[in-house]
Design a protein around this ligand. Sequence first.
Ligand code: ZN
Length: 295
Amino acid sequence: MQDQFLKAMSSDGSIRVVIATTTNLVEEARSRHKLSNTAAAALGRALTAGVLLTPLVSRQGQIVLQFKGNGPLGTVFVDAYPSGIVRGYVDHPQVELPLNFLGNYDVGSAIGRNGILQVTIDHGFGVVQTSSCELFSGEVGEDINRYLCNSEQLGSIVVVGTHLNSSHVEAAGGFIIQLLPDHTEDTICKLENNIATFGTFTNLMLKGLSLEEILGRIINGFKILPFEETKLLYFACKCSKERFNQAIALFGRDEILDMAQIDGGASGKCQFCSEDYYLTKDELINLAQNIQPLS
Ligand code: ZN
């Protein structure tokens, strides 16, 4: 099943729900960055959160999440676009921790419980807003929930999960429910009942439920308007050989000629997606010849 995003709202105007399955894109991130299971669980949750928050930005914009905790993973970075494209990395992808007392990957300790979650919203018109809040638990979902409560002034429920077997990501996804101004006590009671019997998001995926069926479990008892938006999701990056060439060109003609003669080539790895790039000796000389010498 392809990764999908779906946005819906109740007909009584009490709740808005965004929900996404992200198994393939999280597996792509795990494979590209050679993530440990703990790192894959952490980045998987963060990538899913990034996707779920894209309704906050305009169609040309992007949202960047940076979990800067005191744990051994270092910074967990994600940027997501309303088109459905997302990418991300962790500073230390090999970090592996023992399972926590619940038998889950210890994402809270890996990210760290002291630090900040920084959220940058670029609306795409030169308007950029950056805000931050203290990490709550480092477990990602709770931290995003706190950010939404602070920034949007609306109560919300955030669930993000990544399920791995010994070699790859089996299921990943999550949802955000936001309580809208028209919600009542009855709204909250119904949601609490639904969540209490819900189980875990990834378990429902593993049982083979579709995105619409999982949504049905979350919003059981609510009448939902026809879905506002559905789209497919992908892990993708903006890097390219051309951009790598441009980055190397910044070293200047003489330095590039030295690279060609002394090193016989130049290599680099994209931080965001771990794609490897390489320029041969001849390509470096060609690049240098197209740069004007300093006068
Ligand atoms: Zn890249």
